[in-house]
Design a protein around this ligand. Structure first.
Ligand code: HEM
Length: 434
């Protein structure tokens, strides 16, 4: 006999708690209802697990047994061609086309862009003047995407395209991601009207950049996207390219910026860790080789620990299109299933003292893809994971040896929701000490 997965019953309250504090909400549900538990989100039942064995079931499922979660809501915002939205054969094809530009070996060519952007934005920091770390890391990650992904090289144009693209993200009120009802033009000053206007502005600039790169290919991700062909020799069309480029911006810009802001929030609270990281970086000498930085074990452990503590996306969800047995439950098609990254990463049996920032726990340890899931997993695993880690490492390699920063407020910040992602409340206020 099939049993219902237990969970909170008052749907709007559960959705609200998930929106405001998914980490606390998931932990409370797990304590009260067991694992897995379920709640209603966007009109769908979503079953969440923080057990590695069930994460394995979800991440190793036949890709055709699931489709994306929240497809309709996300399609309206990211476009119906977005990789995050498409499923089945289409997802397989698009993933194949989009993977080569993000392959580890390609990263080398983006190292210079990352370090240059980091240096220039950090050069604006003045001794004694407080600033918000996440504002700088967002400026860095935006410039990296506009240059490395969109292939914009002219400094004025970088600023223009960057402002238009960031305008889309700023106009993306969280309600637009979770509710179909809000995705209607209900008049001036409503979130949808603002979002649609920002999207139209950015779309026009993106289309002109696509035309420029079609005419004159260069060493950037857009040029690679223009060159790829599927098995039938078909290239990505302009509408597809616009949706994919905006998806890469949406998925890759704030996430990486938040990761770097968290890194500083933790590092400045842990002087021993900071000193060990600094020594490892300084030992490489000035302007070290990109690959040498990427291979540093302690830097790698620091990045893992940053992504573990408050995972930027608290879960990796999908929708079943076939029945699934998950633990003792038989789940029907249409049910949402999610790996609760926030639960896995705070499980004391996997990570003793889970709330303590201790990069050493990752040294010499091969992490299981079902216990450490900041980039999700399986056939939908983040396509930009290598890019994001590379960017974190190259940026920290510039900042940590050169800048002496202090926290303005030493109280650890709580994560707050941005859109799908969550980042440190206040963005981490710091000051340059010398
Ligand atoms: C620290 C930074 C980042 C984090 C924490 C992160 C996390 C994630 C997660 C959790 C997913 C969902 C995976 C799943 O459902 O299994 C995802 C998907 C995705 N990410 Fe990232 N991401 C980051 C940076 C990036 C970057 C830099 C890019 C590209 C420039 C990117 C592009 C994407 C795309 C396109 C998808 C959708 C993949 C698919 O559905 O097949 N992400 N990311």
């Amino acid at each position: 006999m099939s049993r219902l997965v237990p969970g909170p019953r008052i749907a709007p309250l559960a959705a609200y708690r998930f929106a405001v504090d998914p980490y606390g909400f998931f932990a409370a549900c797990q304590r009260r209802y067991g694992d897995p538990f379920a709640f209603d989100l966007g009109g769908k039942r979503l079953v969440v697990t923080g057990q590695p064995e069930l994460a394995r079931v979800i991440f190793t499922m036949d890709p055709d047994a699931t489709r994306s979660f929240g497809t309709e809501q996300l399609a309206a915002v990211l476009g119906r061609h977005s990789l995050i939205v498409v499923s089945g054969e289409r997802h397989r094809r698009d993933r194949k086309l989009l993977t080569p530009p993000f392959h580890g070996a390609r990263m080398r060519s983006y190292g210079a862009i990352i370090r240059e952007a980091t240096r220039r934005h950090a050069a604006a920091w003045r001794v004694g003047e407080p600033f918000v770390m996440q504002a700088t890391t967002q400026a860095i990650s935006l410039e990296v995407i506009v240059r490395a992904v969109f292939g914009v090289t002219d400094p004025d144009r970088i600023a223009e395209v960057g402002a238009a693209l960031v305008g889309v993200i700023e106009a993306l009120h969280p309600v637009l991601l979770f509710s179909r009802h809000a995705q209607r033009d209900l008049g001036p000053l409503t979130p949808w009207r603002r979002f649609a206007a920002a999207q139209a502005r950015a779309g026009a600039l993106t289309r002109s950049q696509i035309a420029a790169r079609r005419a004159e290919p260069a060493d950037d991700i857009l040029s690679l996207m223009l060159a790829v062909r599927d098995e039938d020799g078909r290239a990505l069309g302009d509408d597809e390219l616009v949706d994919e480029l905006h998806t890469l911006l949406f998925a890759g810009h704030e996430t990486t910026a938040i990761a770097l802001a968290w890194a500083y929030s933790w590092l400045l609270r842990a002087p021993t860790v900071f000193a060990r990281l600094r020594a490892e970086l300084v030992a490489l000498g000035p302007d070290p080789d990109y690959e040498a930085v990427a291979a540093l074990p302690y830097l790698d452990a620091v990045c893992h620990e940053v992504l573990r503590l408050w995972p930027i996306l608290p879960m990796a969800p999908r929708t079943l299109v076939r029945p699934l047995r998950l633990g003792p439950y038989e789940l029907p098609p249409g049910t949402g299933i999610a790996v609760g990254t926030a639960l896995l990463h705070q499980d004391p049996t996997l990570y003793p003292d889970p709330h303590v920032f201790r990069p050493e726990r990752f040294l010499g340890r091969k992490v299981s893809p079902f216990e450490f899931t900041p980039f999700g997993g399986g056939h939908r695993r983040c396509i930009g994971a290598a890019f994001a880690l590379y960017e974190m490492k190259q940026a920290l390699a510039v900042l940590v040896p050169e800048y002496d920063l202090r926290l303005v407020d030493t109280t650890p910040p709580r994560p707050v929701r941005r859109n799908l992602s969550l980042g440190p409340a206040g963005g981490v206020h710091v000051v340059r000490a010398s």
